[in-house]
Design a protein around this ligand. Sequence first.
Ligand SMILES: Nc1ncnc2c1ncn2[C@@H]1O[C@H](COP(=O)(O)OP(=O)(O)OP(=O)(O)O)[C@@H](O)[C@H]1O
Ligand SMILES: [Mg+2]
Length: 234
Amino acid sequence: MTLDNAPSLVAHALHRGFVSGHVRQEVIRGISLEIFPGELTMIAGPSGSGKTTLLALLSGLLSPERGSVISLGQEIETLPERERERYRLRHTGFVFQGFNLFSSLTSFEQVVLPLQYGARPGTDLKQAALYALEEVGLTEKLHLRPLELSGGEKQRVAVARAIAKAPELLFADEPTSALDSHNAERIVVLFKRLAHRHQSTIVCVTHDEHLLRHADRVLHLRDGLILDDKRRSA
Ligand SMILES: Nc1ncnc2c1ncn2[C@@H]1O[C@H](COP(=O)(O)OP(=O)(O)OP(=O)(O)O)[C@@H](O)[C@H]1O
Ligand SMILES: [Mg+2]
């Protein structure tokens, strides 16, 4: 469907390992790939296979030891730290594995406050935040703080925060791990719609096999390598 598109993310021969104690573990062992706008790309694989690490490399949160990532035509790694920050705020949304919510803010504030930095010019921030929260089914919980929310509700706040600015690149690490199957599907279908409608690049890690059927493309990771790369027809 978007095969003739230019890729928005290009990874070339990525390598990344970690040292703990005297032991070095190679986590990403030579991954090259192109990811396209207008598609929901899902990354699946066993625990410890390197999914979170690959997402961190693709999003520029982590530097590769060897290889490179070109994101929207730019090698983020070469930017000075401040510009890298600015680049992230402008172009990327994240849903982290641990949600990363602020304990003192209400759901509405969690979503609307970051919009002040990352939203496109002319966006009605309040409307964008309310709409995103509605999309994840949290209209009734706007004024509650994380302590007053269930795990799945917190996760949906994190998703709303990431999608509110309609980022060009969205990286989501197991964004449905705390959700029941109905809400999990709802989030993934929402991601797919965003990708198709706004030509966003959405990269989503999941270990839920049922959700993979909604992806435009599925990458299977095993021991730091891509074992399988399947494109699905719409
Ligand atoms: N900062 C770090 N320091 C040391 N080792 C790390 C670090 N981050 C990841 N690792 C190791 O890299 C391997 C892959 O981790 P990663 O988090 O990428 O896996 P994953 O596929 O996301 O797993 P899960 O499905 O459990 O989230 C693990 O064995 C982990 O111990
Ligand atoms: Mg992980």
